[in-house]
Design a protein around this ligand. Structure first.
Ligand code: BMA
Length: 316
């Protein structure tokens, strides 16, 4: 139960949003849901940009301090390519970046919007200017996926969110394993959506990729509450065992971040906060999130505070 003293683990940047449509050097409808990575001495955002047809592509922005002075590629960095990848016919969306030191590359897991629904695709890059598509890794309907940066007993692991076609079954966060990043199996539900009146009832999904901490993999996930006036996307925390990520050590009972500011409450889709990337430096983490499907905003938090809060506010 809340003691009414919750002041928020995340602090919004005072000049939010940090990137909006007017910052994109070519005509677009919206910019939101960006993956993030620390690359050399700058922060890189791989932004979802929706064009004026409604089809999304990805464009890179770079900043020295991860806050301001964003340099945005003058044209789309990475376009869908339905001629060679038909599953990208209606766009590529919501990327998540994982640095894989063992392979000396960045892995990008993204939503490809196929004619049969959203699915999960994987690409790799070394420079964020050319992208090597590795193909579809999860069939539709599936999204909100990200890789762990290391293997577990020799196998790669991915979190993702399939949506069952059977009604009222709930859309949960699953974990799957692969020997080669191509063939995936050993699928299991990791974090189930709650039921009833909970903020994370019926439909949840991973937000940014799992974050390594000494106490476990820190998970930030979104819960989608359906109300009489539409959905509310809010964020909660979970912690997974470092050696065995199928073990959930803790899961927040309350949400930790929710749409409150005008740029989160009103947009193409109202009441949405949707992070696809966070960048940690020591104990500090910068969370980059889409606001109401129309802009990119920044909020900061301390890892130690999130872990401490989870210890006293969890149900698992
Ligand atoms: C989810 C994803 C996100 C989007 C959110 C709110 O299903 O598609 O890209 O931000 O819905 O519209």
């Amino acid at each position: 139960m809340s003691d009414n003293s919750f002041k928020g683990l995340f602090t919004r940047y005072k000049d939010n949003p940090i990137i909006q449509v007017c910052d994109i050097p070519y005509p677009v409808n919206s910019v939101f849901n960006a993956a993030a990575a620390q690359v050399k001495d700058y922060t890189l955002l791989l932004m979802r940009v929706e064009d004026r047809r409604g089809i999304s592509h990805l464009t890179v922005a770079r900043s020295r301090d991860g806050i301001a002075g964003w340099e945005i590629d003058p044209a789309p960095t990475w376009l869908p390519d339905p001629a060679t990848h038909p599953e990208e016919i209606w766009g590529i969306e919501d990327p998540r970046i994982t640095r894989i030191d063992e392979l000396n590359l960045w892995a990008i897991v993204y939503t490809a919007y196929s004619a049969d629904g959203p699915l999960v695709s994987l690409a790799t890059t070394k420079d964020f200017s050319t992208f090597d598509r590795q193909g579809v890794v999860m069939p539709p309907e599936n999204k909100d996926a990200a890789l762990f940066p290391v293997r577990f007993d020799g196998r790669w692991a991915m979190l993702h969110r399939p949506v069952p076609s059977f009604p009222n079954m709930g859309a949960h966060i699953w974990i799957s394993f692969s020997p080669d990043l191509k063939h995936w199996g050993d699928h299991q539900i990791l974090i189930p959506a709650r039921r009833g009146g909970w903020w994370d009832a019926n439909k949840i999904g991973l937000s940014p990729p799992p974050l390594y901490t000494e106490r476990g993999w820190l998970i930030l996930y979104h819960g989608v509450r359906t109300t009489g006036s539409g959905c509310i996307y809010r964020l909660g925390l979970a912690l997974l065992d470092l050696a065995n990520p199928t073990r959930v050590l803790a899961r927040s009972d309350e949400w930790v971040f929710a749409p409150e500011e005008p740029y989160e409450v009103l947009g193409d889709v109202d009441k949405v906060v949707f992070p696809c990337g966070w960048v940690a430096q020591g104990d500090d983490v910068c969370m980059y999130y889409g606001g109401a499907d129309r802009c990119i905003a920044l909020a900061t938090a301390r890892i130690s505070e999130m872990l401490g809060w989870l210890e006293t506010h969890h149900t698992e």
